[in-house]
Design a protein around this ligand. Structure first.
Ligand code: 5RP
Length: 233
């Protein structure tokens, strides 16, 4: 694994490694998206290379995860060929005390929800800054929308009490486009009192593909701590 002295990177490496250590040989592994899961994917590759892990296949949740898995020589398959997933490892943007999540900071929540929901064991890798009492306190709720429906979906989200904004890419040169060719609306809700109900209500708006509320999907939350006082190596 790459050596780095940035405390945030070290935390992400540690928590990613802890999750990847739980993967057993002969398993089908959901590969999440994001900077923390990237280290889990890297460590899975390392374990395969050393021979301590054998015969695993990954199901990527995004193009990013697929590229990383190929880089670390993790064999891949798809949901056309397997009907179950043993373990999935993925990041999150917020986690509440009931292990409910907001995901989609990387615009990959639609595929992530498909893969993570199918896993017998879904491990979430986060830092303690992502733990919240109520979802929506720190992070906007991502909603993937087909492009022609952006305006009506935004109006519907406003009627639900949200403040929607189309997600723009680097330097605001254009909107972020998902792996499915859709757009993402980020919505600020002053409070999300009933996340399970809001998840369903938003998904019922015509034109919405999926939103970033993951209710009752996560099994284990691995929380990394940023230790600023580590000795430099
Ligand atoms: C992508 C996600 C990510 O898992 C989430 O944004 C966390 O990413 P990171 O580990 O980089 O903070 O939901 O859609």
């Amino acid at each position: 694994m790459t050596v780095n002295v940035d405390p945030v990177v070290i935390m992400k490496q540690e928590v990613g490694k802890a999750a990847a250590s739980r993967v057993k040989s002969d398993s089908i592994v959901g590969l999440g998206t994001g900077s923390t899961t990237a280290y889990a994917i890297e460590y899975l590759g390392e374990r395969l290379r050393k021979g301590e892990l054998k015969n695993i296949v990954g199901i990527p949740t995004s193009f990013q995860a697929e590229v990383l898995a190929k880089k670390y020589r993790i064999p891949l398959t798809s949901l056309d060929t397997v009907d179950r997933i043993d373990i999935a490892i993925d990041g999150a943007d917020e986690v509440d005390p009931n292990k409910n999540l907001i995901k989609g900071g990387g615009a990959a929540h639609t595929r992530e929800k498909v893969v993570d929901s199918l896993a017998d064991l879904f491990i979430v890798v986060v830092d303690s800054g992502k733990l919240v009492d109520k979802l929506g306190s720190t992070f906007l709720l991502p909603v993937e929308v087909i492009p022609m429906a952006v305006a009506p979906v935004m109006r519907s989200l406003e009627k639900l009490g949200g403040k929607p904004e189309l997600r723009m890419g680097v330097k605001k040169a254009g909107p972020v486009v998902t792996d499915q060719g859709n757009l993402v609306i980020d919505v600020k809700f002053d409070r999300i009192d009933d996340p399970a109900c809001l998840e369903k209500t938003i998904n019922n708006i015509p034109g919405v593909l999926e939103n970033g509320l993951f209710i009752g999907v996560a099994d284990i939350i691995l929380v990394g701590e940023i230790k600023e006082d580590r000795p430099l190596v």
